[in-house]
Design a protein. Sequence first.
Length: 273
Amino acid sequence: MTEHRTRALVLRSYDQRESDRIVHLYTEQLGRVSVVAKGARRSKKRFPGKLESLTVLNARIVEPRRGAIARLEGATLVEPFEGLVQPLGRYAIACQFCELLDRLAAEREASAELFEFAMGVLGVLRSDPPDRLLALLLLVKTISRLGYRPQLASCAMCDEPIAARDAAGFEPRHGGALCPNCRVGGGLMTPGGLLLGLERGLRSPLRGRAELNLGPDAVRRLELLTDRFFRFHIGIELRSTAFLRQSLPLAGGSRLSARSGPQISIRTSQDPP
């Protein structure tokens, strides 16, 4: 048997048989892994309050030699989930983040950078008021780290830089933005300023999103682009999306147009949470 001691984020858990629970974790050392917590439902002392989604643990995981599911042999609480459940919009964003990791992160592929990103995300969610721009940026940042980053600052077909004043396009099958010349062949009409605003958001901390000057109408249009990109490249429907958008309704008007989009400063460092 092999034993691992690692920090872990609980993504979801569910009952198995009469006394066990299956727990999906995203761990620092093992990546995404499923484990069984034997007797977790029967014993009130072994894992009290530690197997709920969004909980962060120091976990002790044991892997049997013959390929059976790994066992969660012990866990100590690092961060409880309670700080992420109120208000409802915060909980909805957190649920979508967990669903993304649970369904898209590669099994048994450790990434210390992705784990630290996840810890940073939880910190932002605990402290910042929830809004739809936060949800949008977190979705695109997460899928980008999982290998599905849309091309936004330059044309996906000819690599011409996108300008804020461009009547640009967006075509998921080509990977993202289209310049005005390449848009002739298709693509959803999209102001260049919107695409650059989203690019800037990907390269900026989540806590700095107010500086992007993206109002509700801009967020709504970017959600449409992101939904199309997500469906084309990933091909699944997130169960959490409807709940999130019901919990965080949009209102008001946009502060961003094709002629007033923010300029982008390209950085080579890893995009922050």
